[in-house]
Design a protein around this ligand. Structure first.
Ligand SMILES: [Zn+2]
Length: 412
């Protein structure tokens, strides 16, 4: 981790005492009260947001919605960058503690995004992942503003694009490539999904590839003997599927999509597969990638020489369609100490988690970051049956607020 200077004198206190001190402050009590009173407003916002489509690379309408909310809350320097990341500052000045939630969903354009409410439960695609996270940003900003809590360090609220799937963390990558943010954000708290029972201490790395074999194709009868891309691809994948992935550090792979060919009596002109590799270790990830490339090359090398050298040729392409760095927070990272101290204070039983989230980006740069849930409870993520249970949302929001204030430092 980069050694960044502590933000306030208060950070000299042990995290446990610091969290207890902050939780006792009058202004913080008022902020807790505001979080509680806001619940009906939060539900309305959460349903409204869920009904705005935000497929990967199509987040613009949500960015605009969030920009308007940030403006209405009176955040400073509200801005939307060219990708659609929305930023707003609590007050003027640096250094900064970041709190973020991704705006995008996995649902393609045209998905029916209706929401409904039954008791404390909200239903709708993306209502937990990550409407709950975005709503938490608004709840925290509102509570701090209404209770007039002025932390020692500034807070930047971030609604970012491009977390899911092929978004490939592009929103976070962009933010941390801009010196203004990369050099001033001391640590980042990412809010993703529901719950209070976990925090991320290891960034799960992943690499994704699209593998394509191409050939001349032809008639199944008259061109018999022409190399078949589906067969070549199948051989490569069958070989690769024999790989032994270690359990520790946990490493996995998946062949998730396969396509090719046009009809049963045609030799296909191409065949394509998409493969996902994951590991907690960059070394294991590299080994797995090397093995995948070998298996593909071996399958191609079995093509008769005449089809590898002459015309028409059989060709092969491996394209990277995703790359997320693996990284681990050191056990003594201040952000971990603060999360644990907060959980102890609030009597939350939580456990560390290995996951691929927006926190991967700062972590890989040596900037302390972790990911927590937005409170409440949720299920059915990435399906049309997704739900969010609002009971106990408060607890998750209090947790986020205390962690943020312990990171920024705050005085009565
Ligand atoms: Zn998410």
């Amino acid at each position: 981790m980069a050694s960044r200077p502590p933000i306030s004198d208060a950070s000299r206190l042990s995290p446990q005492r610091e969290v207890a001190r902050i939780a006792e402050m009058r202004g913080v009590h008022a902020a807790f009260g505001s979080l509680h009173l806001q619940e009906m407003e939060l539900r309305r916002w959460q349903r409204e947001l869920t009904e705005i489509p935000a497929p990967p690379f199509g987040e613009a309408a949500r960015s605009e919605w969030l920009r308007q909310r940030f403006m209405a809350l009176g955040l400073e320097d509200v801005q939307v960058d060219d990708l659609g990341n929305v930023l707003g500052l609590l007050q003027r000045g640096a250094p900064l503690i970041g709190v973020s939630a991704h705006l995008d969903t996995v649902f393609p354009h045209g998905t029916a995004l209706e929401t409904r409410e039954e008791g404390n439960r909200l239903y709708g695609p993306g209502i937990s992942d990550n409407a709950a996270g975005v709503i938490a940003l608004l709840a925290i900003a509102t509570a701090l503003k209404r209770a007039q809590v002025r932390p020692a360090a500034n807070i930047v609220f971030i609604g970012n694009v491009g977390e899911e799937g092929e978004g490939n963390l592009r929103g976070m990558r962009r933010l941390f490539s801009v010196p203004q943010w990369r050099d001033s954000i001391q640590s980042l708290l990412v809010i993703d999904g529901a719950g209070t029972d976990t925090y991320v201490n290891q960034a799960l790395g992943s690499r994704r590839f699209e593998i394509t074999f191409r050939g001349p194709g032809g008639h199944s009868w008259s061109d018999y003997g022409v190399p078949n891309p589906i067969v070549l691809l199948s051989r490569a994948l069958a070989r690769f599927s024999e790989v032994h992935a270690p359990e520790s550090p946990r490493t996995t792979f998946n062949i998730g999509v396969i396509s090719g060919g046009t009809s049963v009596n045609s030799i296909p002109e191409s065949a394509t597969a998409r493969v996902d590799l994951r590991s907690a270790s960059m070394d294991e990830l590299q080994k797995l990638e090397d093995r995948l490339r070998e298996c593909v090359a071996e399958a191609w090398s079995e093509v008769p020489l005449s089809h590898r050298a002459g015309e028409p040729k059989v060709t092969l392409a491996i394209e990277s369609i995703g790359d997320r760095p693996a990284a681990t927070l050191p056990a003594n990272a201040r952000i971990l100490q603060i999360v644990r101290a907060t959980d102890k204070h609030l009597r939350i039983e939580s456990f560390p988690r290995l996951a691929s989230t927006d926190a991967n980006v700062p972590l890989a740069l040596g900037i302390e970051a972790t990911t927590v849930g937005a409170g409440g409870d949720g299920g059915g993520a990435h399906t049309l049956r997704e739900w969010f249970d609002c009971s106990n949302r408060d607890l998750g929001l209090k947790r986020i607020l205390l962690v943020l204030l312990a990171l920024t430092g705050v005085h009565e």
